[in-house]
Design a protein around this ligand. Structure first.
Ligand SMILES: Nc1ncnc2c1ncn2[C@@H]1O[C@H](COP(=O)(O)OP(=O)(O)O)[C@@H](O)[C@H]1O
Ligand SMILES: [Mg+2]
Length: 407
């Protein structure tokens, strides 16, 4: 089956009716669709709504001449092939027409055998120009796409750079944090091992206690760093399921109560918390122990720590740990969730690694929750975590009504 090639559409413009008809007839016989127009204006009106492959126009016509018509036609379709027909006397103007985009000119009178090769060349050139335009458009699309890919890569590069900077900062902080207790252990051990330095029994004991407490601190640092790196590398598999919050709170209370007693801090837990959360039980306990031990540690003697639970506005379970402690200023609040961010407490004598809140935040977020803090220096802080609820709140009609209990 032969493929159907659409006939080329040729617009012929000539004010001499007999010439116009003869031309259209000849072109029709050579497989062209030739449509004739007697004036430039009529031809232009037609070009506005219809597509033609070629414009074959007389030069001198009443009203719009061939030159103006070519200019207007090319403004409408820059790929249209234009050929001007001219008499011997107006060849100069024909050259002008070629300067404004006509493909060729043909001197009247002419025979079909002269015209047809000119038309064929003009149509070939038009096809090349159309292909060129399509290629240019495709190239522009590619360039746009390349721009988008570049932007994406640049964002990824910046993100990788940021992560790498964070990792370097973490490593340099880590080596500093590890070196401090290690130096202390080595220093005291060397003194104890040396026989030049006479030691009283009390002094020996003090040195040994220093070694033990530095060793414990070192162990805690290493454990927490391993925990954090496991969480960050996504190697922690969370056992998420239904967890009754009051059970976990009771277990946490048993762990932190001795710390609170030691500092004479009143610890108020919710008496009747019926929230059922959708979390990892062990990790929730770790989070709450972190928050409560901080609330006790960064508190005054005879201070208080209160835990509230409620349903947050967004429908998540909310646990708020409030204390009457030393509080934090806005600058400190920004630093405390970063690794080793101790908000200048190193000198205060309160022991810590500065990793507890970093781990807490990562865990809360891994369980699809969020953590926030409000604090007033000198008055106290409230750390609030929101975590997904397991279905509706057990035995609570109107689950959105906050219920808080402080005994
Ligand atoms: N309840 C709180 N009140 C005041 N400051 C707090 C409280 N909780 C945490 N912080 C501050 O945040 C810092 C980071 O806490 P954390 O990550 O648990 O590390 P650490 O307790 O080991 O120092 C603490 O050093 C402390 O300065
Ligand atoms: Mg802590």
């Amino acid at each position: 089956m032969s493929e159907l090639v659409p006939r080329k559409r040729i617009m012929v413009v000539d004010d001499q009716a007999a010439h116009l008809k003869a031309l259209c007839d000849i072109l029709g016989q050579h497989e062209f669709d030739a449509i004739g127009f007697a004036t430039g204006e009529l031809a232009l009106a037609q070009l506005r709504d219809h597509r033609y492959d070629l414009l074959l126009t007389d030069m001198i016509m009443p009203g719009m001449n061939g030159l103006s018509l070519i200019e207007a036609a090319r403004a409408l379709d820059s790929t249209i092939a234009c050929i001007i027909m001219t008499g011997e006397g107006t060849v100069d103007t024909a050259v002008k027409a070629m300067k404004i985009g006509a493909f060729d000119y043909i001197i009247k009178p002419f025979k079909a055998a002269t015209l047809l090769p000119v038309l064929a060349r003009a149509l070939d050139s038009r096809q090349l120009r159309s292909q060129n335009l399509r290629l240019e458009a495709a190239l522009r699309d590619r360039i746009d796409e390349l721009g988008r890919v570049n932007l994406f890569l640049e964002t990824a590069r910046k993100e990788a750079e940021r992560t790498s900077c964070e990792k370097s900062a973490f490593l340099s902080n880590m080596s500093h944090e590890l070196r401090t207790p290690l130096n202390s252990i080595l220093g005291f051990a060397q003194i104890l091992a040396s026989d030049k330095y006479p030691k009283a029994e009390g002094e020996r004991q003090r040195f040994c206690q220093n070694i033990v407490s530095s060793g414990r601190h070192l162990l805690q640092l290493v454990n927490e760093m391993l925990d954090l790196s496991k969480i960050e590398s996504g190697k922690v598999s969370l056992m998420v399921g239904a967890v009754m919050l009051d059970e976990v709170l009771r277990e946490v209370q048993a762990i932190v109560a001795p710390l609170a007693e030691k500092r004479l801090i009143a610890l108020a837990m919710p008496a009747d918390c019926k929230l059922e959360l959708c979390v990892d039980r062990m990790r929730l306990k770790q989070i709450l122990v972190n928050l409560l031990s901080n609330a006790i540690k960064y508190n005054h003697v005879h201070g208080s720590v209160t835990v509230h639970c409620s349903v947050a506005r967004g429908g998540q379970g909310c646990i708020a740990v409030s204390d009457s402690g030393i509080g934090l200023n806005p600058e400190q609040m920004e630093a405390i969730f970063l690794p080793f961010g101790r908000a200048g407490r190193d000198e205060s004598g309160e022991e810590g690694t500065g990793l507890g809140l970093t781990i807490t935040k990562r865990l809360v977020e891994a369980m699809r929750g969020s953590i926030s803090v409000e604090s007033t220096p000198g008055e106290g802080s409230t750390f609030r975590i929101e975590l997904p609820l397991q279905g509706a709140v057990a035995s609570m009609p109107g689950a959105r009504v906050p219920f808080q209990h402080a005994s």
